[in-house]
Design a protein around this ligand. Sequence first.
Ligand SMILES: *Cc1c(COP(=O)(O)O)cnc(C)c1O
Length: 391
Amino acid sequence: MADELKSLLGVLERVAGGAKKPVALHEPEFGGNDWAYVKDCIDTGWVSSVGSYVDRFEKDLASLFQVKRAVAVANGTAALHVSLLLAGVKRDDEVLMPALSFIATANAVVHAGAIPHFVDSEEGSFGVDAEKLKAYFSSVAERDGGGWRNKVSKRRISALVVMHCFGHPADLDALAGFSKETGIPMVEDAAESIGSLYKGRPTGGFGMVACVSFNGNKTVTTGGGGAILTNDEKIGQHAKHLTTTAKRPHRWEFFHDETGFNYRLPNLNAALGCSQLERLPDFLRRKRDLSAKYRQAFTGMKEMSFLDQPAYAESNFWLNTVILAKRDRALRDRLLDGTNSAGFATRPLWCLMHRLPMYKDCPRSELPVAEDLEDRVINLPSSPSLGGPHA
Ligand SMILES: *Cc1c(COP(=O)(O)O)cnc(C)c1O
């Protein structure tokens, strides 16, 4: 057995070996009021698009993320789609986004009628590299009235999406600085970073608008679900209107004043979200405790190192990550194969967006860091239940 595999399996056995095999990458945890709130929906008949849990969930989210308004929607991808429209993205625009992201980010750009324009990430946070972005942008973009266009494609560049990878906040001050200098609105894909803090403030409150996901593999789940966050009251109202078929409020008339979406989060799912949020502090405490155990177990290891939170951040450690010392795709694959065979769900980085058939011809900068990380990153089982007993 390769030494690297022996080392990695040693850590997994020590940290997560007590759990029932196979050990999932991230699984939801139910308890507390989960059942009581869901049962309440069924007992009262309020299971669908109207109900008090949706309102409560939105209030709870706004308070957690310290934003003016949260709008609950069907999933994180829908949240991102509408967030882009709210940021002013129009058909045939280009949207700057990291090549290193989950597929939903690029898909949402296309759902909004636009074209993804990929930029590189930085090694510390895996988020968009603001310095590289600024240099690249000044070489590729030219003024077009009040806005910007791509010199080569001549298309308008209308938004920047930043993503907080595996829960680690991207360098938001620097990225917001780019947004301020250029006037290009920043949209935060905070799908993975619920509970993460950037310089003491929750991610999701820095962009013009942000999205969260409550899919079953995320830190807080509603089965499926998402939310749009914003500090702009008008944008918040528009988000609610657009995601609920754009119907003008009226006692009996059906009048819709624009093409909206049926992106509502059902009350049944919102009920689960309310109880899950009650337990978020406990999830976070145990997830950070698990990370501390991984961090310690990898300390001093030459073959690989633990991805720690950036100095400016407190991460939720949605997924724990190790980075191989050497760029060696075959080694990465042997480690993934060996650990999965031993009952530990480990995963590589997503295939970078510019390698996928539908996005291979999209405009992009050089992507040396993303391409390097793609061959070196392995994600480890990260459920809050692992690594116990917790202090
Ligand atoms: C999970 C995720 C999404 C999409 O969320 P869904 O609820 O699955 O639609 C978007 N972006 C990133 C980075 C994600 O991890």
